[in-house]
Design a protein around this ligand. Structure first.
Ligand code: ASP
Length: 316
């Protein structure tokens, strides 16, 4: 098994076998994370810097815990309070940090493409923790791991992704990953929240939730990304919940064993009924958070092996 990437900037460049390699290694970290002693030393001696230019709770905490469990020296940069506010450019900030010899940079940025640009300027491994509406690769990988563990496979599944597709990097990375693994992806949402040309991605598009949910094996709900909207994309939250919110009645149209997912943060009563979100027989939302730590451990482990090893072949 091989993983030939120097960075993890998106799902787009990954081959299916590289995705499988990452998920197989993640499974091992799920086991480690259930132990009382969760320490491993694969990142020992390495420095990990988390640069979050956009707010984050679970992703930043998840990367920090992942790095610490693997023995890295982890530093969180408070980018809101940093020199960026004093006018320093992204590239200057990156070059300054680069001079401190980090091994892993974890970056979240509100602009699509900013993390790729940064990766070209530094000589360590870079992980994209979400750039604008472009990609959020570790989210798609943790979703894939959650699905594979719940369904026993990651191919030939009917997966419905519902809500604000247009502004969602989670949707984009998931569409790419699930497509590469040969699943049938359906997108459900109002026309105002559906990107134009989306059908080119090999997905089916539905504006009627009842139709789109029929027989789905997985129902993935998305948050309304208000911070990326400039104007009115929905009539009202009440109307939106009525048409595109998930409740038990609508879920009954999906496969009887369908699982319910949400990347968080979740707006209860807007995208999803709160009781359904907490229903441990249907909802895997907490598992997604658990898988997130394991996937980030696997991603940093594999990139660190590539930093150390040449040729870039990685054995798992
Ligand atoms: N946490 C995810 C992201 O950063 C999803 C969301 O914010 O709605 O994209």
């Amino acid at each position: 098994m091989r993983f030939d990437q120097r960075h993890l900037l998106g799902i787009e460049p990954l081959r299916p076998d590289e995705i499988t390699t990452l998920l197989d290694l993640s499974d091992r970290y799920v086991t480690l994370n259930k132990r009382r002693d969760k320490h491993a030393s694969v990142l020992s001696g390495l420095t990990q810097i988390n640069m979050f230019f956009e707010n984050s709770t679970r992703t930043q905490a998840s990367f920090e815990i992942a790095g610490k469990r693997l023995g890295a020296d982890v530093m969180n940069m408070a980018m809101q309070a940093s020199s960026i506010k004093k006018g320093e450019t992204l590239i200057d900030t990156a070059l300054t940090l680069n001079a401190m010899h980090p091994d892993l940079l974890v970056v979240r940025h509100p602009q699509s493409g900013a993390v790729d640009l940064l990766a070209q300027k530094v000589n360590c491994a870079v992980i994209n923790a979400g750039d604008g509406r472009h990609e959020h690769p570790t989210q798609a990988l943790l979703d894939a791991l959650t699905i594979r563990r719940a369904k026993g496979r990651l191919h030939r599944l009917k997966i419905a992704i519902c809500g604000d597709i247009a502004h969602s990097r989670v949707a984009r990375s998931n569409i790419l990953l699930l497509g590469k693994m040969e699943n049938r992806v359906r997108l459900i949402g109002p026309p105002t929240l559906m990107p134009s040309q989306i059908a080119d991605f090999g997905v089916e598009v539905f504006h009627d939730m009842e139709q789109g949910l029929r027989d789905a094996d997985v129902v993935m709900m998305l948050r309304l990304q208000r911070e990326r909207m400039d104007g009115g994309f929905i009539p009202s939250e009440r109307e939106y919940f009525h048409r595109y919110g998930l409740n038990a009645k609508k879920l009954a149209l999906a496969h009887p064993d369908a699982i319910v997912m949400h990347p968080g943060p979740m707006n209860r009563g807007v995208e999803i009924d709160g009781t359904l979100a907490d229903d441990i027989n249907r909802s895997v939302i907490q598992e997604q958070v658990e898988m997130g730590v394991a996937v980030r451990m696997a991603a940093m482990d594999i990139l660190a092996r590539n930093l150390r090893a040449s040729p870039k072949e990685v054995m798992v």
